[in-house]
Design a protein around this ligand. Structure first.
Ligand code: ZN
Length: 175
């Protein structure tokens, strides 16, 4: 597996609309998925979209577990769950919007407040090419919306009501 280079807005691929993947099971797509997973973990980030590694394809990987401090005290620590979404679409959105702080692996050192739908339902193909439907709420819903924006060349700074430089001790999860 290969660590991929994460591009920044100086590379125009990040601003391009990505194209659908016709054969998710093609060896080059399977290799790209594996490389994106290791690249996301190494970064570290909670999500990575293919355009961020200079591949203008409709594919993203997400790995996220709620922070222990956000859970009730007696809750079991959840295992991070890995999602591979190919040609994803937002099939349903909550009317309710929530503000939250976001970072992006392609815009290191910055964070911003972005309003997102509180809950979304995603339809996509998994890495075997089978249709999947995912209901996401809260931070997971935010990550899906951030990653799907990447597939249309949209960055969080386009939507942020406020952006700021992050300090070393500030913990904003990057996507
Ligand atoms: Zn991002």
């Amino acid at each position: 597996m290969t660590l991929l280079t994460i591009i920044t807005p100086s590379n125009p691929i990040l601003r391009r609309k990505a194209r659908p993947i016709s054969d998710p099971r093609a060896p080059e797509i399977q290799r790209l998925i594996d490389d994106m997973i290791v690249t996301m973990r190494e970064a570290p980030g909670v999500g990575l979209a293919a355009p961020q590694v200079a591949e203008p394809l409709r594919l993203a990987v997400i790995e996220y577990a709620p922070d222990a401090e956000d859970l009730p005290e007696d809750a079991e620590l959840p295992e991070p769950k890995l999602y591979v979404i190919i040609n994803p679409e937002i099939a349903a959105r909550s009317e309710e919007m929530v503000d939250g702080a976001e970072g992006c692996l392609s815009i290191p050192g910055y964070a911003g407040t972005v309003s997102r739908h509180k809950a979304v339902t995603i339809k996509a193909l998994n890495r075997q090419g089978r249709p999947i439907k995912i209901k996401a709420d809260g931070w997971l819903a935010r990550i899906f919306q951030h990653e799907i924006d990447h597939l249309d060349g949209v960055l969080f700074i386009d939507k942020a009501s406020k952006t700021w430089k992050t300090k070393d001790e500030e913990d904003v999860e990057a996507e």
